[in-house]
Design a protein around this ligand. Structure first.
Ligand SMILES: Cc1cc2nc3c(=O)[nH]c(=O)nc-3n(C[C@H](O)[C@H](O)[C@H](O)COP(=O)(O)O)c2cc1C
Length: 154
């Protein structure tokens, strides 16, 4: 057993396999996306999900100020989209997106998409937890998920 430090804490958490999502908002005619694997379910009644963004994130303000957002669960062949939205200068290719509602965009080809309303933000440690009410959903039973394990896509 080892006393926790940042290195072994990160390594330990990397042993928890996750899916990959891209959270998206539109502001000032621009779509912002961020790759996150801190997505999780929170409640069935009401339907709530959460994810967290680091205090360091360049898009924290944009997401904090948006009332509605989409959460897009990536499929196996969408690694490039994950890489794009975890990069420093993500370029949203509009052909990847479908307008669902005013200012709500879903990424096409995902295993599932959720249209959400941001209802609460909680600052904890070096992250902000975003709690979201799910309004509309879409899913595809045929696609396989993109997964992340041991700091690698699998
Ligand atoms: C697989 C994967 C999962 C990630 N999950 C999160 C997450 O849950 N929360 C977060 O704030 N950043 C997460 N990131 C990092 C962001 O995508 C992004 O790289 C980071 O916020 C730095 O970019 P920025 O300063 O432009 O926001 C993840 C990155 C990868 C590759």
């Amino acid at each position: 057993m080892k006393k926790t430090n940042i290195k072994n804490f990160k390594k330990t958490l990397s042993k928890f396999i996750t899916g990959i999502t891209v959270v998206c908002v539109k502001k000032n005619n621009k779509i912002y996306g961020k790759t996150v694997n801190s997505f999780n379910s929170l409640s069935l009644k009401p339907p709530l999900v959460l994810f967290s963004l680091g205090n360091y994130s360049s898009s924290l303000n944009v997401f904090s100020e948006s009332k509605y957002l989409s959460i897009n669960i990536l499929s196996k062949n969408q690694k490039k989209i994950s890489e794009c939205f975890s990069g420093k200068k993500p370029v949203a290719d509009s052909s990847n997106f479908e307008e669902i509602n005013e200012n709500i965009y879903f990424i096409n080809g995902c295993i599932a998409n959720l249209h959400c309303e941001l209802i609460q933000k909680i600052k904890k440690g070096d992250h902000v937890i975003f709690i979201n009410k799910v309004i509309n959903v879409r899913y595809n039973d045929k696609l396989k998920p993109l997964s992340y394990f041991n700091s690698k896509y699998i």
